[in-house]
Write a protein that binds this ligand. Sequence first.
Ligand code: OGA
Ligand code: MN
Length: 284
Amino acid sequence: MPLTLSPLHPLFAARACGVDLRAPLDAATIREIEAAMDRYAVLVFRDQQLTEDAQLAFTARLGPMDPGRHLAVRQHRRVRPEFADVSNLDEEGNVAGRNHRRILSNMATRLWHTDSSYKKPAAKFSLLYCSAIPDWGGETEFADMRAAYDALPERLRAEAESRAAEHYVHHSRATLGFAPSEDEIAGAIPPVTWPLVRTHAGSGRKLLYIGSHATHVVGLSLPEGRVLLADLLEHATQLQFVYRHEWRPGDLVMWDNRAVLHRGRRYDLAQRRDMRRSTVEDSL
Ligand code: OGA
Ligand code: MN
């Protein structure tokens, strides 16, 4: 059955039908999915019943996996080590206490960000699979950084074009007051620098590359740089650039971290939200 795409938003994001992600997909279908990602940046596959193995097998078809070993918090595992566990479940699969370390650490996913922007290469695609949702909240929002770039006022665009930001693994969580352990700080990967404006390899479109891992703008004072980052983020996350995904169990949502920012919304932490993410590493 061929891949069919139905747009979910005027600018980006589409529902993808006609593929069973458990089946071994042929090279032509993988190319169609990649082309759809270049166009839509977010693809929603519904009614998939993916085992961990099936999700990893599909992810591996899209490129090398992001090893994701830079967060020491992931020592006791509920899911295989290739996954980021973004659930609110503990190692035994029960709802974790709201002060559980991973719950606190994952709280940073509520801030607009792009996965792994604190390392090089950063993440290319993220694939988030849902098997349980709470009654209230827990949507995931995406903002189109290509459209946001296109709509920048001229002056702000010129500033962004000429600047780069540094991104650091512990920054986003630190802004929420989450203190990494001394070991985590000592073992942290060094910060990396990305231009604020990048060109998307697959589509040739320019885009804003920002988000909560960015600590400061190179060559500006901390306050001036942070105010610039805040202005860019405010512009880039206006409602017209945002698609909000309301989850159903069996959804696999895949996004291009180079082209969109994302954030999870708050939810009832007393109810299960079972999500696991596999990640494809970018090539630069
Ligand atoms: C992620 C992420 C948001 C969410 O998995 O990278 O940011 O809604 N998730 O769980
Ligand atoms: Mn994320």
